[in-house]
Design a protein around this ligand. Structure first.
Ligand code: ADP
Ligand code: NA
Length: 303
């Protein structure tokens, strides 16, 4: 199978939560390990419309870069870079900013000759735009942009610990509803301990409709370990765990996964020189691809 040029982006909105890890970052690591040519851009969409404090923006970008590396993004295999959102891209009317975002995304997809783009449902139309632009350019000037396919992710696989009818999200005002990759062992035990379950049975069973809280814990467990729901339920029942002891067990499983990433993130954040050079390196690699594409485009168009 031919390796793909995979293009994905993430906003520097603070430390990711387990939903982001399971739904996005861990998939990128998998695609990277399968030998695809990965590009991960840290893109600050906010700065398209709003003036941002440069120091704060730099801090947010470095935090996200450290998280991605700690999660397994390898800068020797993946081009990890910061999307430059300079003043020239900023527009005065926020509505225009929202309108330009799909265009910027489409431009990036084409610029790096992406063949595969992991997207959520809400971004399928952005990808259509990229394909339309590629098709009309190729028809007029010759084949230059590959057709890019979408890789539709599991949307909101991980749900809120406080309300399993909604997704785990950064924008939830209640911090107990999510587990962040920077949470301490005690915070994780506390959050899982206080996660909503039900009063149905002391035993652990998986029923998404009748026991959404318990099902959410098992789904989280399954996503982190790769074990199937059936395997987990069988094991937990064999061990005679009840809801309380299962939560304790799950907290240790989550900590086994999260704490090494947390420690690595802190280690990376204590060496800003290294982080900066990783981002600089990624920027250089991304730029050289972009320059190549642009020079091909220019010569085809006849400049
Ligand atoms: P948030 O809702 O926390 O702001 P975003 O909307 O910025 O998260 O999503 C960033 C990435 O993480 C997207 O690829 C999205 O599909 C994924 N993601 C976010 N929340 C979840 C979740 N609860 N379960 C699975 N994937 C998620
Ligand atoms: Na969001």
């Amino acid at each position: 199978q031919c390796p793909e040029r995979v293009f994905s982006g993430i906003q520097p909105t603070g430390v990711p939560h387990l939903g982001n890890y399971v739904g996005a970052i861990s998939n990128w690591v998998k695609l990277q390990e399968e030998g695809n040519s990965m590009m991960v851009s840290i893109v600050d969409l906010h700065s398209i419309t709003v003036q941002q404090d440069p120091a704060e923006l730099r801090e947010n970008i470095q935090t996200m870069a450290a998280c991605l590396l700690a999660c397994g993004i390898d800068s020797d295999k993946t081009i990890l870079f910061q999307q430059s959102t300079d003043k020239s891209k900023r527009v005065s009317d926020p509505k225009v900013g929202l309108f330009t975002y799909p265009i910027l995304q489409a431009a990036d997809i084409l610029l790096y000759k992406s063949t595969l783009v992991p997207v959520g449902e809400d971004q399928i139309t952005h990808l259509e735009l990229a394909r339309d632009l590629a098709r009309s350019f190729n028809r007029k000037y010759g084949l230059i942009f590959p057709r890019c396919s979408q890789l539709l992710g599991d949307v909101a696989k991980i749900r809120s610990l406080k309300d399993p009818s909604s997704k785990m999200s950064k924008s939830d005002p209640n911090p107990m509803s999510r587990i962040d990759l920077s949470d301490s062992p005690d915070e994780i035990c506390d959050k899982i301990g206080k996660a909503v379950t039900d009063s149905l049975s002391k035993d652990i069973t998986y029923d998404l409709d009748l026991r959404p809280g318990v099902a959410n814990l098992i789904d989280l467990h399954s996503s982190l370990t790769g074990q199937s729901v059936e395997e987990i339920v069988k094991y937990v029942q064999n061990q005679g765990m009840n809801k309380k002891t299962y939560k304790d067990y799950l907290a240790s499983v989550v900590n086994d996964k999260v704490q090494p990433m947390n420690a690595e993130m802190n280690r990376l954040l204590s060496d800003r020189g290294h982080l900066n050079s990783v981002l600089k390196n990624g920027q250089d690699k991304a730029s050289s691809i972009a320059v190549n594409t642009m020079s091909d485009v220019m010569s085809l168009v006849g400049f």
